[in-house]
Design a protein around this ligand. Structure first.
Ligand code: MG
Length: 336
């Protein structure tokens, strides 16, 4: 990429949206150029925004972590997919939600004014005993094979479906029939306005079941981000929220509306949060399919750093092309 034009573009930017792992550090190793880069941003009156898809930690927890690393002294410079989800729901005037989240993230949602539905008496979870008492087990079921078309995948699954269902949207139809049979007391006013899945490291079968019931009763389903794996030390991984989304997809046949990268929604929310123009923002990240894709889809300048996951060979193969490519953020210091 021509350096003159990168210099010209970066000179015009006020908000530097920075991915974390692979961009500013790798695991627990902070890159040697990171702190000088952040210092130069501040010296030239720019604002770094630390953007993370990881919604297992609250903004406050991320702030504590990044403060310890000497990245920031200002919590307003942190933007998580959890915070983007909060702002998205509030913009949609959603107030009552069933949230799957860690205790710290639950608190962040509550502190932001969202009411967390815990366990509505009018909307009990269908337990085996409950189903039995309500004659649910007497329904004659047959097994139907359902083919559910999702974004890019077709999954096949078997669902125990009452025999006389009109099968237009089979998964939804099965669920709604079940919901009505197993929850006689419920009506629209007793339901939450949304089921919201974050990266809930305290996820349990009880939470899964309750969320399942709500989704099948027609409650809109949202997820903070879609990552399938969480990078750990030494090139190891753990399952991330995407694996929970798959579990819900298998159970309900439904996919959530996703807020975080690579969806452009998180960039849209961030722009509203910063109250700035798109032209003042630049995204710098190491992943083509999240950082760069979302930024490009939303129409803000994207810079790929080769200090993380993406190799030159991967870039060559990818259909997603950033506007600029740098070796690492240290390379930009002379342009700020
Ligand atoms: Mg990264």
């Amino acid at each position: 990429m021509p350096t003159a034009s990168l210099q010209k573009i970066l000179k015009s930017k006020k908000y530097f949206i920075l991915d974390l792992d692979g961009t500013l550090y790798k695991g627990s190793d902070i890159f040697p150029f990171t702190l000088p880069f952040l210092k130069q941003l501040r010296a030239t009156d720019r604002t770094p925004i630390f953007l993370t898809n990881n919604s297992s930690k609250s903004t406050q927890e991320y702030f504590a972590k990044l403060k310890k690393l000497k990245f920031t002294k200002n919590i307003n410079e942190i933007y998580t997919s959890g915070l983007a989800t909060i702002e998205y729901l509030k913009a949609k005037k959603i107030k009552n939600i069933f949230l799957l989240a860690t205790p710290a993230v639950e608190k962040e949602f509550q502190d932001a004014g969202l009411f967390l539905v815990k366990n509505s008496r009018n909307f009990p979870i269908a337990t085996p005993d409950f189903e039995h008492q309500n004659g649910f087990n007497k329904t004659k079921n047959t097994t139907k094979s359902l083919h559910v078309q999702t974004q890019n995948v077709t999954i096949s699954k078997h669902v125990n479906a009452p025999s006389a269902l009109p099968v237009k949207d089979p998964a939804a139809a099965v669920g709604q029939t079940r919901a009505k049979k197993s929850m006689p007391g419920h009506n629209r006013t007793t339901l939450p306005q949304a089921v919201v899945l974050t990266f809930d490291k305290t996820f349990t079968y009880a939470k899964f079941t309750q969320a399942y019931e709500y989704i099948m009763a027609g409650v809109p389903f949202y997820a903070s981000h879609p990552d399938t794996h969480l990078p750990l030390e030494g090139n190891n991984f753990h399952p991330d929220i995407g694996t929970l989304i798959s579990a819900f997809q298998t159970a309900t046949g439904k996919l959530p509306t996703v807020i975080g990268k690579p969806e452009k929604t998180i960039y849209q929310q961030l722009q509203t949060h910063l109250n700035c123009k798109k032209s003042e923002m630049v995204m710098i990240g190491d992943r083509l399919y999240t950082d760069i894709k979302g930024a490009k889809d939303y129409g803000i300048t994207s810079v790929l750093t080769l200090s993380g996951e993406t190799t030159p060979a991967m870039l060559k193969k990818s259909k997603t092309k950033p506007e600029f490519v740098i070796k690492d953020v240290g390379e930009t210091v002379k342009f700020l």
